[in-house]
Design a protein around this ligand. Sequence first.
Ligand SMILES: [Zn+2]
Length: 645
Amino acid sequence: MGFLDKIRSIAAGRKHARNKVIVIGADGMDPRIFEKLLKEGKMPNMRSVLERGGYSPMKTTIPAESPVAWSSFATGMNPGKHGIFDFLTRNAEDYTPAIAPVSVKVKALGKPEPICNRSGTSFWKRLGDAGLRSTIIRVPVTFPPEKFNGRLLSGLGVPDLRGTWGTSVLYKEGEAAVKNTEFGGVEIELKKDDDGFYRTEITGPKRANSTIPLKIIVQDGRANLSWQENTLRLAPGEWSNWMPVFFEISFGPITVRPKGIMRFFLHSANPLKLYLGAISMDPKDPFYPVTQPSAWSKELASEYGNFCTLGWMEDTWGLNENRIDEAGFIEEAENFTSQLERMVLGIIDEKEDDLVVAVFEATDRNQHMFWRCIDNQHPAWNEAESKRWGDTIYRTYERFDSIVGEVSKRLDEKTILMVMSDHGFNTFRRAVNINTWLRNEGFLNADPSECRDDWSLKDLQQGGKFWPGVDWSKSRAYSMGLGKIYINLKGRESQGIVNPGREYEELRDEIIGKFSKLVDPQSGKAVVSVIHKADRIFSGPRVPHAGDLVVGFNIGYRVSWQTALGGFPAEVIEDNKKKWSADHCSVNSDFASGVLLSTEKYGAFDESAQSEGREPNIMDLAPTIMRHMDVEIPDDIDGVPLQEK
Ligand SMILES: [Zn+2]
């Protein structure tokens, strides 16, 4: 910042009492569950926040997905401007799916370079330009970390050391291993050698196909592991500490040594069943920077201990496919939460920042995985498991409330506290195969004998060949990602056949008309709540790749995992029997609002605000915080400061 700007900002600070702001986010905190627990007296700390200021459900983005909503939080912009429309996008060149928030530029020499696909300027960068300092912790879609006046630890979007969004491994003795699982896990079958050792391997970065040997022997009911220079002894039911590992990969003449940290969990010693969580980049020496400034991750690790740098930390995939059990999953999620809590409170205690933003994710992960234990209509409902795990979601909310309590103790009269979530939650009982429907209705020409229904994240992460049996010269529409229908448009899709203009519009109307009438044969109920035309709900330069139609289902329905990857299961609608039993993606966003609490009062908290359409919107937070901190709000922001609503 220049000298004159400094004078100006000091002068502005004198004129108005400039506030400091702390934002604590709970990914996926749902207003209905929050209000229920509030009534029961179980949210004492959030109650005192809302009694000082106020509370309201908060409108989320369309669609209600974390990467989309947090990008609108960061920029105050609609997705048409920031360009993140889904977890997944599709490549118009070859119709393959790709991870939307981050892409990787492969170079002839040297290591590949990750690129953040979010456009638009974050409000912490704008605050920095006005001379204010921020610390931003684990906000999704902040990888690679951007440069600004402050510190940032990246969140959702940071890959594991393999370059995936988190691949865990189960080493199993004497059971046929499932080779390719839908959620990208790996199972490895173990056989004991004559000398009593099990010899297997730990897999490193996928591009280099690098592995290192792992040796295991069971003695006195414990597993003794050795790899590289390390040894480890584990009892059944025990998690290891973070353990070091490194690999060696060459890019042409350049050799690099990516370093990781990893944790094992021993299910049983006899037969041997050993779990290895996703290998996190080592925060003390990460393969790619995960903080801004880049050396900060090392300082954090020396102050708070080794920590997981992976964006999606909790092994939801592993629990879904029983590589890890409920108790192990909950314990691990709490480990992440308590370490992050210590970090966040330590940073607040430094009192060096004008703004602190921190996002906790256990609320989201535990709702995804344990909703089947609070919904007795769910296909995965089980009385015994419900008795055992039915309070997990509520306890996760109470745990988050205790964090809000710790933060509240640290507030001075200048500091405003906002507590918020990016979206809410709903049960996910039935999965909808949109591509199967498009094929049945003649919009998508696919030879059923070649169509696949077993796509996995591994295909996505390792470049599988998608869409076998599809004749693009006879296909007018297809679905990819979480509820997007793309028109096979001439001039945009590489083998497009639909003319822009009238033909495109008529086709969109035809699909909306027919798909809106879809009825669940099991219940006779309507499946689809709303289908948006992307160009009517988004505005900005990135709208052409938003997906032409954005589907919002009724409560209980979600797009199937297979549709997300371009698959065709036989039935259009099928039961969801998985532990991943609740969701927010592809449901009508009106049913998936998040929450906002603040120690400040806003008109948008009034009882009448919701019926008058004045309730807070996640895009409003960036301009609201800028107003609190007396920084001018630029014209390209779509949100409205809540002080004006
Ligand atoms: Zn979620």
